[in-house]
Design a protein. Structure first.
Length: 209
DNA sequence: TAAAAGATCCCCT
DNA sequence: GGGGATCTTTTAT
């Protein structure tokens, strides 16, 4: 009946952050929301690091990014452009500030709830396409900032790892600093990775220039 | 106290 | 493919 949800262990969040961004593909983001269980397969993610001009933590600890400096395996959720929520999984030990931004999911469970949360989106594959869209679809808000992803109600659970031949590594989306760092990963075959995001060329192609 | 920028999305052409 | 919406957070004055 229901999917079996086993949280990723703390060790997952202690591996190097760029590895974690690669390995999080195929894992499951699940939220036991007030409306019911919603879950999706992670198909796009980016790494943000302490020494990284594009990271919110680059200039040190602030009120907004506090949970980035907190314990690994917890959520860092922030509001962008005054409108949209985005969710990260915090990596590295407490006191450091790395995180993995979750950028897209393939809906698995609670699709009718996602549709209720995003009534204008008719394409199921696009319900959770984009970091703000997926938070909107699942009902994730800043109220969950700092939440423990290993104990719920918001968790990242073990899924089917994405094989290398189906993973593409590129530069990150929507940033103005450190644009050259290839810290974004996505599942090539997924219909939930947005068109705009697909337009980024794989590094192998870029290097040919 | 003011100003600018921002890990985005949607609608329009 | 381009620009506006929208407003919080941060940084500069």
């Amino acid at each position: 009946m229901g999917i079996e949800l086993i949280s990723l262990p703390i060790e997952f969040y202690l591996q190097p952050t760029v590895h974690a961004a690669r390995e999080i593909l195929g894992q499951i983001l699940a939220f036991q929301s007030p409306k019911g269980l919603v879950a999706g397969r992670i198909v796009e993610a980016e790494a943000y690091r302490l020494i990284d001009p594009a990271s919110h933590s680059f200039r040190g600890k602030t009120l907004r990014n506090a949970s980035m400096w907190g314990p690994p395996g917890h959520a860092y959720i922030y509001l962008i452009y005054g409108i949209h929520w985005c969710i990260n999984a915090v990596t590295q030990p407490e006191g450091e500030s790395d995180a993995v931004l979750i950028r897209a999911l393939e809906p698995i469970k609670g699709i009718e709830i996602m549709q209720e949360n995003r009534p204008t989106e008719r394409n199921i594959n696009r319900l959770c396409s984009g970091p703000a869209n997926l938070c909107n679809a699942l009902g994730i808000t800043g109220a969950l900032d700092g939440a423990d992803l290993m104990n719920g109600p918001l968790i990242i659970a073990q899924g089917e790892p994405a094989p290398d031949e189906n993973v593409i590594q590129t530069t990150r989306i929507g940033i103005s600093n450190a644009q050259e760092l290839p810290w974004r990963f996505y599942v090539k075959s997924s219909p939930s990775v947005s068109k705009r995001d697909r337009s980024k060329e794989p590094m192998a192609e870029r290097k040919k220039r």
